[in-house]
Design a protein around this ligand. Structure first.
Ligand code: ZN
Length: 408
């Protein structure tokens, strides 16, 4: 691997499809096609077969001794005004790994670079579109109803880029069964590696999510004329429950967030009669996630009762945790230890990635690079160059090992 070559590609990509306002590679737009055209130019120089599958995912296959495919990649699409590394690092890191393997002759297993279509869901709100179609988990009816801000439907938008929406579910046909492993390099988008002074780490899996709404109903009243001992203050109940979430997250080793709380009537002179609270809980372990959710509901109910209020809870959205393949996680940790000269950090991913979809159908793992300040989905997103080089080197090491048949 020559990490400097991958970094030069990333800078050139950013020159072509980014700038002072950040990356502009929103899926199903001309700028996204420009980014893909740049990737195709680079792939033209390699002995690979390039194909688009039925969901618009771009594949470049380097034939090996065995039919089994080791897939490597990420996504070149970005959010509007996004970072230069989110997604692109994984695609151009995979390109550099492919170049290295091609230069060495026939690899032991077939290697495929893949650029998943529309990972971000920035325009239609459906993340992991191409990878979920490939994995067979895309709900086509729900996706068919999606509309962008200009009123264009997702089926029309993908058709403008050569994809027959009705055929998207066939994306994995003939290839899904051949996948031996999926390996993805990605920027952490969080502060953990930087805080520990590490350039890269092995990813254990992606968090499961429980997202729900709590509604606390008390009694609205006048702020002046309602005595303190005659109140059923939904705001106070909500506040107690929100604060208790911190302890629940710590007890279970997960994360809990109240992203929004609204009071009604919502005047400075009114005792809140109703509070609407949006809760998001995430954990790597299914049991941990379920326990965190149960404790939180119990705590909300207790806080409501203490203030003489009533509680109702409505689910909004949930997803199970996706643990990565233990043997591949070990291999990724070893590869990171090679470049750090010691510590092999393992960490969970708080965000979902294409690897979350691939892990449903084949052994998968990821390598994270550090992320300055943990900033992502913003033009300020960056990684120290020395860390980028070492993360790329670790990823290259991992790919070499897996392609050689060491794991899984
Ligand atoms: Zn990404």
């Amino acid at each position: 691997m020559d990490p400097a070559r991958a970094i030069a590609d990333l800078r050139e990509l950013h020159r072509l499809t980014g700038g002072p306002e950040g990356a502009r590679r929103v899926a199903w737009t001309d700028e996204w096609e420009r980014a893909r055209a740049f990737l195709l130019e680079r792939l033209d120089q390699l002995p690979v077969v390039v194909e688009h599958d039925a969901a618009g995912n771009l594949w470049a296959l380097l034939e090996g001794d065995s039919e089994e495919i080791v897939a490597i990649g990420s996504h070149v699409d970005s959010v509007p005004a996004g970072g230069w590394l989110d997604g692109a690092l994984g695609v151009f890191g995979a390109l550099e790994a492919l170049r290295t393997l091609a230069a060495a002759g026939f690899p032991e297993r077939t290697v495929a670079l893949v650029d998943w279509a529309d990972e971000e869901g920035a325009r239609f709100g459906r993340s992991l579109l191409g990878s979920s179609a490939f994995a067979g988990t895309l709900d086509l009816d729900a996706a068919a109803a999606l509309i962008d801000a200009d009123g264009m439907s997702l089926p029309d938008a993908v058709a403008a880029h050569g994809v027959d929406f009705g055929a998207m579910a066939r994306a994995g046909e003939g290839r899904r069964e051949r996948l031996a492993a999926y390996l993805e390099l990605h920027i952490e988008q969080g502060p953990v590696l930087e805080a520990e002074g590490l350039p890269c780490g092995a990813v254990l899996g992606t968090f499961g999510v429980e997202r729900w709404r709590a509604v606390v109903r008390g009694r609205a009243g006048h702020a002046g004329s309602t005595p303190m001992d005659r109140r059923a203050d939904a705001g106070v109940a909500a506040a107690r429950a929100i604060v208790a979430l911190q302890g629940i997250a710590r007890d279970h080793g997960g994360v809990c967030t109240t992203g929004r709380a609204d009071f009604e009537p919502g005047f400075v002179t009114a005792v809140p009669g109703r509070a609407d609270i949006l809760v998001d809980q995430r954990h790597l372990d299914p049991g941990g996630l379920a326990a965190m959710r149960a404790d939180a509901e119990q705590s909300f109910a207790a806080a409501a009762a203490e203030e003489g209020c009533e509680l109702t809870v409505e689910p909004i959205w949930r997803i199970d945790p996706v643990p990565f393949h233990p043997g591949l996680v070990d291999a990724a940790a070893d590869a990171c230890a090679v470049v750090t000269g010691g510590e092999a950090k393992r960490l969970p991913s708080g965000a979902l990635h294409d690897a979350s979809e691939l892990a449903r159908i084949c052994p998968a793992t990821m390598v994270f690079s550090s992320s300055i300040g943990g900033v992502s989905h913003a033009r300020e997103e960056d990684t120290a160059e020395a860390d980028l080089e070492r993360a790329l080197a670790a990823y290259g090491e991992l790919v070499q090992r897996v392609v050689a048949g060491g794991v899984p």
